[in-house]
Design a protein around this ligand. Structure first.
Ligand code: PLP
Length: 426
């Protein structure tokens, strides 16, 4: 380490955060991170998708520098700032008519989803919320309360009902997955959950932390029809897979539905903390939507977000996510023919998952092997992560700037890591 942050020895154990890897990052550039051990690591996680343009993108750096020089860097009590107003206009132009009304800015996916949960119940007067089993909508009490990930039990809202996300691999086919998931939703509506009591349905167009589950085509159109019939609002949580990651700008459009409310986060700030809720005026002007936080709507973070949106457009990063995503998907599928432990490769664009199983016919989750593969890959120079309700799905959310060459390099490292894990060498 050098310069301002130089110190004698590293001690990542001072951090209270979960530390998956024994390393302190000292810098990054593009798809690479540098660690305090001097190594360069290819980053297929991009900070869980937050580093959408990779690390230290010049456009983000310039926008942040400019905003810091022009503005104090805090939000100004009850005044808007011009950068946020511009960003709100940009976001409104990017969502379809139903959600196009007002924008609320927060710091994270968690505070945005929490605000939405409170808002939809108060504004509609309906006490219930639907969400998917396996869904991760955040780590604050209010966002956990509407989540369905097993790690979040105990904090669920009293009015929350969890429904199954269609899992084509587990069900054996997309058709069977869709049929089972819709049948369960209809059963709930006919028995335990009166639909006219449901304010909203939190959905993810691809269920990321739940295992990178891709919905069967037609599934969300059927959900939308049920919601419209019963006056249930649809909230699309685009925090992880929105803004171009899936190879389309809006993941909900690709999944075949039009939401009432859209939640953006992570990649929106390109690594800086900013989230946004976009929804219709009647909801967003409801007093319950006024969730005051001291530095939300911060002009520095908003400037980063504007730079991200500009760069996605200027550098054709949605197309890149689509094209490079296909290269990555094909290369991973190639690994599946080599390693029986790979049960399924799935995803869209640069939101990909590799499910590891101990037995392809029973689909027994290979949890230990997933953790070992992630750790061995890290030792070999590749950062990725594992997700899923069984923690057995390798998750790949690299920067949208990833090149085909980098995609192949990463898969070569993963190939080696899986080879060593499956031979019992790790
Ligand atoms: N929503 C989704 C779909 C997520 O994947 C996450 C984080 O992983 C969140 C919300 C919470 O976002 P944050 O960690 O920025 O609070």
């Amino acid at each position: 380490m050098s310069g301002l942050y130089a110190r004698e020895s590293r001690s990542v154990s001072t951090m209270a955060h979960l530390r998956f890897f024994p390393l302190a990052v000292t810098g990054g550039s593009g798809a690479y991170l540098t660690g305090d051990d001097g190594r360069r690591l290819l980053d297929f996680a991009a900070s869980w998708g937050a580093a959408s343009l990779g690390h230290a993108h010049p456009a983000v750096r310039a926008a942040v520098d400019r905003a810091l020089s022009d503005q104090a860097g805090a939000s100004y009590l009850s005044m808007a700032n011009d950068i946020c107003v511009l960003l709100a206009e940009r976001l409104l132009a990017l969502v379809p008519g139903r959600a196009r009304g007002r924008v609320w800015f927060g710091h994270s996916g968690s505070d945005a989803n929490e605000t939405v949960a409170r808002m939809v119940v108060a504004a509609t007067g309906r006490p219930r919320i639907l969400a998917f089993r396996g869904a991760y909508h955040g780590g604050t009490v209010g966002s956990m309360a509407v989540s369905g990930h097993p790690a979040q039990q105990g904090l669920r809202a009293a009015g929350l009902t969890l429904v199954p996300y269609p899992d084509s691999f587990a069900a054996g086919s997309p058709e069977a997955a869709m049929q089972q998931a819709l049948a369960e939703l209809e059963r709930l509506f006919a028995t335990e959950v009166p639909p006219h009591e449901v304010a909203a349905f939190f959905v993810e167009p691809i269920q990321s932390d739940g295992g990178m589950l891709v919905p069967p085509s037609g599934y969300f159109a059927a959900v939308e029809a049920l919601c419209r019939k019963n006056g249930i609002l649809i909230i699309s949580d685009e925090v992880k897979v929105g803004l171009g990651r899936t190879g389309r700008f809006n993941a909900f459009g690709q999944a075949g539905f039009e939401p009432d409310i859209v939640v953006f986060g992570k990649g929106l700030g390109g690594g800086l903390p900013i989230s946004a809720v976009v929804g219709p005026e009647a909801l967003m002007n409801h007093s319950s939507a006024f969730s005051l936080q001291t530095v939300h709507g911060n002009p520095v973070c908003a400037a980063a977000a504007l730079a991200v949106l500009d760069t996605i457009e200027r550098e054709n990063l949605v197309e890149n996510a689509d094209r490079t995503g296909q290269v990555l998907h094909e290369a991973l599928t190639g690994l599946a023919s080599k390693y029986a432990i790979i049960g399924d490769v799935r995803g869209r664009g640069l939101a990909l998952g590799v499910e590891l199983v101990n037995d392809r016919s029973t689909r027994k989750p290979a949890r230990r092997e997933a953790a070992l593969a992630v750790f061995r890959a890290f030792e070999l120079g590749l950062v990725l992560y594992y997700v899923g309700v069984e923690s057995n799905v390798l998750e790949l959310t690299p920067p949208l700037t990833l090149t085909e060459e980098e995609a192949r390099q990463g898969v070569a490292i993963l190939d080696r890591a899986l080879g060593e894990v499956t031979q019992g060498l790790v």
